[in-house]
Design a binder for this molecule. Structure first.
Ligand SMILES: C[S@@+](CC[C@H](N)C(=O)[O-])C[C@H]1O[C@@H](n2cnc3c(N)ncnc32)[C@H](O)[C@@H]1O
Length: 228
């Protein structure tokens, strides 16, 4: 029996506790989303605790213990998650971030410069489904330490194959919004309600023999798939 059941209030307090201890934003990071929202962007960034979690993962993934050498994300928005991912890179390591909207790229580039990580992040304009295969051609198979999907969900199932080829064995595919998306995914379906695409993806990844995967209940849920 769980002595301290995770009530909604305890969950909120847990997130605040993690933020206050481990996911403390720099003043420059804290300014990113308020300014982006004022410029008309939606508040759909990862939370700081997810950002810090990804930074810790990337630091562990580096082969020399100094951080990762190649990370890729789909969905730059204002560059907020990129500032966290950059924390996990080895000296000389690079993040390649893919974004469809030019206006978002302009805002992100200014934020990355303010956070002093512009030299570690290259932003590519286009759809994930077009740019990720180009990065595979550029870097070759088994080159990437981590790939984050945080953009157009309908593209994810087709992109899993490209991500698997791009990742080195032991590298991680991370997919955000896999517990809470258009619905709270673990909730039971109403009779006749169609399956949520993220639920379908979770179920496919759970049994995909090319990865060992689990779902981490951080932020809106982060699906982690280690490439075998
Ligand atoms: C959830 S936001 C990304 C948030 C960002 N990762 C963060 O946490 O700061 C999704 C972004 O993906 C972009 N986007 C939408 N469709 C896309 C696609 N097909 N390929 C690449 N980016 C896309 C949107 O313009 C938006 O900026």
């Amino acid at each position: 029996m769980d002595e301290f059941p995770l009530t909604a209030e305890r969950h909120a307090r847990t997130q605040a506790y993690i933020r206050s201890l481990f996911a403390v934003e720099s003043p420059q990071q804290a300014a990113i989303m308020p300014a982006a929202i004022a410029a008309g962007l939606r508040p759909i960034e990862v939370g700081p605790e997810t950002g810090r979690f990804l930074a810790v993962l990337l630091r562990s993934l580096g082969r020399q213990g100094t951080g990762a050498t190649l990370a890729i994300e789909i969905g730059t928005l204002a560059g907020y998650s990129a500032t966290w991912l950059a924390q996990g890179l080895a000296p000389g390591g690079m993040l390649h971030s893919i974004e469809l909207e030019l206006a978002h790229i302009t805002i992100a580039q200014a934020n990355l410069a303010r956070c002093n990580v512009a030299d570690r992040v290259t932003i590519h304009q286009g759809k994930g489904s077009e740019v990720l295969p180009r990065l595979l051609t550029q870097f070759g198979p088994a080159a990437a330490d981590l790939i984050l999907f945080d953009a157009e969900r309908s593209e994810y199932p087709a992109l899993v194959h490209t991500a698997h080829t791009l990742l080195r064995p032991g590298g991680i595919l991370a997919i955000d919004n896999t517990i809470s998306a258009k619905r709270f995914i673990p909730d039971p379906y109403a009779p006749g309600e169609p399956a949520d695409p993220m639920d379908t993806l979770n179920r496919a990844m759970a049994v995909d023999p090319r990865f060992i995967s689990t779902l981490v209940p951080i932020g809106n849920g982060l699906l982690l798939c280690t490439r075998l």
